[in-house]
Design a protein around this ligand. Structure first.
Ligand SMILES: [Zn+2]
Ligand SMILES: [Zn+2]
Length: 218
């Protein structure tokens, strides 16, 4: 069985599914978990005529949608899973997965505004002591407080600050700006490593830049 978790339904998060090979293998069972109420509708719509030749209902695998309630804890595939609603147009949800003494948090498509950040900010608790935090670091700090304010994404700088405050072990910069080439992504990575080092309150956060196929050992 394949278990998948969807933060939200914007195209950049669902448009790969029509090309997801396991969905074409009879006998496969795929479970799509999401707090988003319109997940079934969105997945069906994007595969409807005339946009795609294979209707969602015609996919050979068995695909189930599992609704999750934000804030509740579930036991799924041996993991304890909790979710949190995020600041993003149309809403998105972050997921925190824990098993034994390891925790990984997937939290993308969320705009963390400086005016909201204090010790009671719920995301600090949500990220607390995570071994890995996959974080929306799409923009530069300058962009998030000027032209791209309210566009629903965060910066590499706020990523480091929240990871430090929550004592995260490894921070994965994710949701790279599509207009950036590889060199610009490497520059953002180097700048983030430098910023983490000079702003470090004592606890070190290892910074990683996400790429396709990245695997991390916990
Ligand atoms: Zn989005
Ligand atoms: Zn996105």
């Amino acid at each position: 069985m394949l278990q998948r978790f969807l933060s939200h339904l914007h195209w950049d998060h669902i448009m790969g599914f029509p090309f997801f090979r396991p969905a074409y293998i009879p006998g496969n069972l795929i479970r799509i978990h999401s707090c988003h109420p319109a997940v079934r509708e969105a997945m069906h719509k994007q595969q409807s005529d005339p946009c795609f030749p294979i209707d969602f209902r015609a996919l050979p695998a068995t695909i189930e949608f599992v609704p999750l309630e934000p804030g509740r804890t579930y036991e799924i595939a041996g993991f304890s899973v909790t979710s949190l609603k995020q600041f993003h147009a149309g809403d998105s949800y972050g997921y925190r997965f824990s098993r034994a003494d390891k925790t990984i948090v997937y939290s993308t498509d969320c705009e963390h505004k400086y005016s909201n950040l204090d010790q009671s900010y719920p995301f600090i608790e949500f990220y607390r002591n995570a071994d890995v935090l996959i974080f929306d670091a799409m923009y530069s700090l300058a962009d998030t407080i000027s032209v791209k304010e309210d566009w629903g994404h965060s910066s590499n700088v706020v990523a480091v600050e929240l990871a430090q405050a929550a004592r995260v072990r490894r921070l994965v910069l994710f949701h790279h700006e599509p207009a950036y080439d590889d060199r610009m992504i490497e520059e953002v990575f180097a700048e983030t490593v430098r910023f983490e080092a000079i702003s470090r309150p004592g606890h070190e956060v290892e910074v990683i830049s996400a790429y396709d196929g990245l695997e991390l050992e916990l």
